[in-house]
Ligand binder design. Sequence first.
Ligand code: MIC
Ligand code: SF4
Length: 639
Amino acid sequence: MPENLAHKIIAQHLASGDMQPGTEVALTIDQTLTQDVTGTMAFLQFEAMGVPRLRTKLSVSYVDHNMLQTGFESADDHLYLQTTAAKFGAYFSRPGNGICHQVHLERFGIPGQTLLGSDSHTPTCGGLGMLAIGAGGLDVAAAMAGIPLHLSMPKVTLVHLTGTLPPWVSAKDVILELLRRLTVKGGVGRIMEYGGPGVAALSVPERATITNMGAELGATSSLFPSDEQTRSFLRAQQREAHWTPLSADPDADYDDTIELDLGTLQPLVAKPHSPDNVAPAADLRGTRLDQVAIGSCTNSSYRDLMTVAAILDGKRVHPNVGLVIAPGSRQVLRMLADNGALATLIAAGARILEASCGPCIGMGQAPPSGGATLRSFNRNFKGRCGTSDADTYLAGVEVCAASALTGEIADPRLLGDPPAIPAPDTFPADDAMVIPPSEQPGDVGVRRGPNIAPVPARGPLEDTLRGKVLLVTGDNITTDDIMPAGASILPLRSNIPAISQYVFSRLDPDFASRAEHHRGGFVVGGSNYGQGSSREHAALAPMSLGLRAVLARSFARIHHTNLVNFGILPLELPEGQALSQDDDLLIPEARARVQSGRPLAVENLTTGTTFQAACHLTPRQTRIILAGGLLNYIKEGGL
Ligand code: MIC
Ligand code: SF4
């Protein structure tokens, strides 16, 4: 039977299950990536598993998020990560080497292999023909220990591309158009596989922009074939030996198909406060801006920054706009320095930041109060930029650079002929900032500064759950809402007691103290609860505050798994069933009901009503929840 590419790669990595959508499959994982704000937990959890050495083909531990080092905390984390990588067998990508996804694409990704990363944008490497999936740190720790990834078999959607991109329209507009059509829930439970005649002209960095932002669709992964474009990218990265041709069979079956004629696209912008709130740049012309920020794992490749340099060449950034640029990797930064483009950007008035996530995760460069910022990034959730009342717009680098010149959202098509940026024949393949694992791991001592706190644990699931509704939230609650990031909170990622004080702090500054006062309780959500990042801290920190269950209409994939991994019940709130803050809830027979797969009876003692809430778990997740989380389950010998 003709097969699609996703199925081919899954079949080669299938440890158990049979590729029926919605049923549980287990996949062997070839490579992992971790970054510093999820990696500390992942390595702490890996250590707790008692496995002496990583069991993957390749694991890379990156430092790219916590780069401000305003106190000892982040430096402590970096040292912990460097020493655990050396000891347990991971490559360590030093601070300054670049954003994990960009560097992994350049230096490590291999077509046809599986990659599991403790970051939601791990599917970036799908641009190389890898099956790349984002997960919580604990799942990545398990993969590092050689345990296959268990997940619900996704459906496979073909995004059939025809035509070619018009002048000034870029890969970012492809994914913004898909977000406009499908919304941030449109990809849930799916792999988005790109095919059709429109694929051939897209370079690997362009493909990576598209697969990167598949995360914003909620997709499990996004995947391009491995073809001559892939081969020339890998050749230019001096690793053609890693290339293998990979594609779907002709006439392969898909669960559904989306047609997209690239020739019909125009420059697009996502408006505040969601990546799917998309409108043509032309319609937003004249929107006043205070800042333009270029970079992030979505749009910081050589191609992207050369495009910006070409647009700014000989011109000046508008006096009312601050332009900040964070290159995706040291490789990109060095190339810009060598060919003079960096001087062009500086001459135009750009502020050059180090190669890191930077403003994308609120690590500096917050815009002014009530201000507007246009960013080449992937998320524009309210407050993520660091200024709670600022408006964040998202667009490709063409719109960003054109707008930096005018001080307002601009349509780059009015600039005349677009720049032609030839793909380089050779990228400088200098891995001096990547430290290989130690050959004498026994001699390496793990450095644990005071910011490295032990991972909190909970016991097995209780028979009876009782507590108050601590907070009632709405639809599409993001993990940035649950566990905010930014310069003051992110450095506490390896210190759960400290970071738990910030749970839901943007929605309700009293949440943590209320949860502590009541010794835990419940949170109520709408649909797509927990969308966005992979941060398991959005489950782990609430767990440490005593959260027992989340009752929501539906859950985002990674967050659902993270809740289970930390022993918090994800319960489905029936349509029409309302709960209020402070309602006193009692859930009897929780263990027996979970074990038998029956819905749980939720008694609202405040209103005197009872309703049934389903808890959709695979058999393995059931065992994990009963054990009180994945770490307990693994320690008890579960796989
Ligand atoms: C993000 O873009 O939100 C992050 C920061 O990269 C997260 C990871 C994290 O919060 O640790 C992600 O996307 O998974
Ligand atoms: Fe870093 Fe932003 Fe990419 Fe997350 S989305 S990995 S914060 S650049």
